[in-house]
Design a protein. Structure first.
Lengths: 184, 184
């Protein structure tokens, strides 16, 4: 194998899980298991605080020190008990952005997951220019996973792998309450 | 909360990840992390041997003893280096089926994942009647996840939660070779 071929093999991918169905963050979590198999270091940055359920957070903590979870953001935006101003949400998202850039460029991780970044962008907490700047600064070897519904056309264009999780059926349609281990 | 409500809350879901995009098995793996957070016992049965990559297998082994992986089946069916007869594949799938039923009914697990069962059904290795029988025997409290492209209409009808992983973009479209940690 020549160096060029080898270099191509080592390229870190830009992966996007989007769509309105369940399984986006869950698939990103599944990738951390694969990464564990290689002894990789994984960094997860949650752009929307409260989007993860207790089971996920407690589970991921058991994968330390290989997997690091950073909970950022100021909780859901615009829902009934949201008493934060847009500026406060925006400042929190900016902090998550700065941390993401730092972690991506630290050279410490093989895989960085920016969870719900697409949502932060669609809410305007992260601008499209900032998204482009962040993705543009991905080191070549780093695998970067971005989750969240409503990925921008630009991001889809840039990505190496995009899966749309399409909701075919949701438990609420059958009148079933949220389930431990599935929904929280 | 009255007993009826409580009982409803404890219902184990039937979850289907289907479609042609990447992320089906990966999402099922992600659910094991959530399950880990609750100290649940998880059993995974792989219906198609060779469908998992080394990273996934090595990673999941690190989650023992909470997560148990059973590799069944006789490898991919009908591809160039497949020198097994249909009867041999069918017998292997039947063994996987028997093990799945045993594990589902053992009462030992909170979550059972039947990986690529949909593919075994679409290949005719497991009949549609057998699928119905198996799903029909799911204990009420057990969460059952079935993955694989081409889920049957019947299964989608039965399921509580169905996500179709739709391929929007695949690395091969960009001429990128399979990547460690992502594809194997």
């Amino acid at each position: 194998m020549d160096a060029r071929e080898n270099k191509q093999k080592e390229k870190g991918l830009l992966i996007v899980y989007t769509g309105h169905g369940k399984g986006k963050t869950t698939a990103a979590l599944g990738m951390t298991i694969r990464a564990l198999g290689y002894g990789w270091q994984v960094c997860i940055i949650q752009f929307i605080k409260g989007s993860w359920k207790y089971g996920e957070m407690d589970g991921i903590k058991k994968l330390a020190p290989n997997v690091e979870l950073n909970i950022m953001g100021e909780g859901f935006v615009g829902i009934i008990d949201d008493n934060k101003s847009f500026e406060e949400h925006r400042a929190a998202a900016r902090k998550a952005y700065d941390l993401a850039l730092e972690k991506m460029q630290s050279g410490k991780y093989n895989l960085v997951i920016l969870d719900e970044l697409n949502v932060a962008v669609s809410l305007g907490l992260i601008t499209r220019d900032e998204l482009q700047e962040l993705v543009g600064k991905k080191p070549e070897q780093l695998h970067l996973v971005i989750t969240g519904r409503d990925a921008t056309e630009w991001l889809i264009g840039q990505a190496d792998l995009v899966t749309e999780m399409k909701e075919i059926k949701h438990p609420y349609q059958k009148g079933i309450l949220a389930q431990k281990g599935v929904d929280y």
